[in-house]
Design a protein around this ligand. Structure first.
Ligand code: FAD
Length: 459
């Protein structure tokens, strides 16, 4: 029996921390989980879940507005924001209740309060110090701002306040055209706001394949979502009616509110990490492919570790660390196999390498791509959505990247991820049958084309 209070002590109960706790408890380990706010962290309370509920409400609004296209008589009378919020908060509350029950049923000790590293594998909460044979750092992230950009929470806000708005603003500037910025832009446009995205990089969702960015930009243009690319923030002033944003070159853009969506920083400040000798870089905790920090028995998972800030990456790392501590020697996580979805309308989904990275990695002559247009896919036509499936493969080798654009394509990423992670060749996927009519067929068709036998494609 160890002398420590817990065999696994975890700081932070977000996606990474609670997944680690559940798996460690399942493996019979004694687990302590320190949380200053609510079990579930950013993803459940102010991230993935509430934003996706808003995006679903946005889809319902679009369906009502566009009902006539489908021969259905309906009138769109507007957005009842308190009603939308009640729906969104109801989803979060149900999931929170479920998670709290699950954590309790596994015999995990939840320690409420703000924890601070106070020694090797030791966390102090208030007047009490807890020790662990292993310590897992999982304190997550916070919304970043820019120098000279003060968040007042009312007219200049982050995603946290945007999720609590009790009305639809008439006009919005979204500073940052990454995943979070594009998702909010999409919601607000569907809710009837005038939206302008300001992005410093030359394209929207710049982490995605260039073709996906271009398709989103085309779709947003059609939806009358304005965007200024390659445009830097210079300053913001509050006006009588809202905000005035100055960008480089001197142009001023006015709107009722400004959403700052310029990325998320690691929540590690003042938690005693540096004092205890944890190796860090720009506030992030450095961990190797087995999630070990430089300190013996101290692990790090989720958004505090450099890499994609996604809930499922945190979950997977949390599970990995629990198994590592239990001595199961799990296989390391392949970071390029992490599926990525932007849930705007249209959606973007991808796994593996974009074309440019694939060419850089393997050489241009080693890479082949195929793009299958959703115009040839029955279900996409029924939904009246446009987009594509783009495959990137090594010549005579496996598929190394899959890129999807179109409404609902996020649901296809599971199959895409299996293809990528199993290093399938187009010839392995081509014979597999897909139910008709589904959007999955587009994945099948793209692989048929790559295997040299396109069916529903013009050659
Ligand atoms: C608007 C938005 C939308 C998003 N949408 C998606 C999406 O659709 N899909 C997706 O995969 N990801 C999405 N994400 C990202 C996702 O939420 C994060 O990647 C994920 O929550 C990270 O998990 P984590 O465990 O590292 O950190 P967190 O979820 O941030 O959890 C950290 C926890 O630690 C606690 N904590 C911090 N410091 C202390 C302390 N000193 N003492 C005690 N407790 C502490 C915090 O209260 C928090 O509960 C979104 C994020 C945002 C902001």
């Amino acid at each position: 029996m160890s002398k420590a209070d817990f065999e696994v002590l975890i700081l932070g109960a977000g996606s990474g921390g609670y997944a680690c706790a559940l798996r460690a408890a399942q493996l019979g380990l004694r687990v302590g989980l320190v949380e200053k706010d609510k079990l579930g962290g950013t993803c459940l309370h102010i991230g993935c879940i509430p934003t996706k509920a808003l995006l679903h409400a946005a889809e319902v609004a679009d369906a009502a507005r566009d009902a006539e296209q489908f021969g259905v008589r309906a009138t769109f009378e507007g957005i009842d924001m308190p009603g939308v919020n009640a729906y969104k908060d109801g989803v979060v509350a149900r999931l929170f209740k479920g998670l709290s029950g699950l954590v309790a049923s596994r015999g995990i000790t939840v320690i409420e309060g703000t924890g601070r590293l106070s020694g090797p594998r030791q966390v102090t909460v208030g007047d009490t110090t807890y020790t662990g044979d292993a310590l897992v750092l999982a304190s997550g992230s916070y919304p970043r701002s820019l120098p000279g950009l003060e968040i007042d929470g009312e007219r200049v806000m982050t995603s946290e306040q945007a999720l609590r708005l009790d009305h639809v603003p008439a006009s919005v500037i979204v500073l940052g055209g990454g995943v979070i910025g594009c998702e909010f832009a999409s919601v607000w446009r569907s809710f009837g706001a005038d939206v302008t995205i300001v992005e410093a990089l030359p394209r929207l969702v710049a982490g995605e394949d260039e073709a996906s960015s271009k398709a989103l930009e085309r779709a947003f243009r059609k939806r009358k979502i304005a965007f200024r690319l390659g445009t830097r923030f210079e300053g913001v002033t509050l006006t009588e009616t809202g905000v005035a944003l100055t960008v480089d070159g001197g142009d001023v853009i006015e709107a009722e509110v400004l959403l700052v969506a310029v990325g998320r920083g690691p929540s590690t400040d003042g938690l005693g990490f540096e004092e205890q000798g944890v190796a860090m870089e720009r506030g992030f905790v450095l961990a190797d492919e087995r999630c070990h920090t430089n300190l013996e028995g101290v692990y790090a998972v989720g958004d505090i570790v450099p890499g994609l800030q996604l809930a499922h990456r945190g979950f997977q790392q949390g599970v990995f660390v629990a198994e590592e501590i239990a001595g199961l020697e799990p296989a390391p996580i392949d970071e390029t196999s992490i599926p990525r979805v932007t849930y705007s309308s249209p959606e973007i989904a991808s796994v593996g390498l974009d074309e440019v990275t694939a060419v850089r990695t393997y050489g241009a002559e080693e890479i082949q791509t195929v793009t299958y247009d959703l115009g040839g896919n029955g279900k996409s036509q029924i939904l009246k959505t446009q987009g594509f499936v783009k495959l990137v493969r090594r010549v005579d080798g496996p598929v190394v990247g899959i890129h999807l654009v179109g409404d609902r394509v996020g649901e296809l990423i599971g199959e895409a991820q299996l293809i990528y992670a199993w290093e399938a060749h187009a010839e392995d996927v081509a014979p597999l049958m897909h139910a008709h009519p589904t959007q999955n067929e587009a994945l099948g068709e793209a692989h048929l084309a790559l295997a040299g036998k396109p069916l529903h494609a013009h050659s």
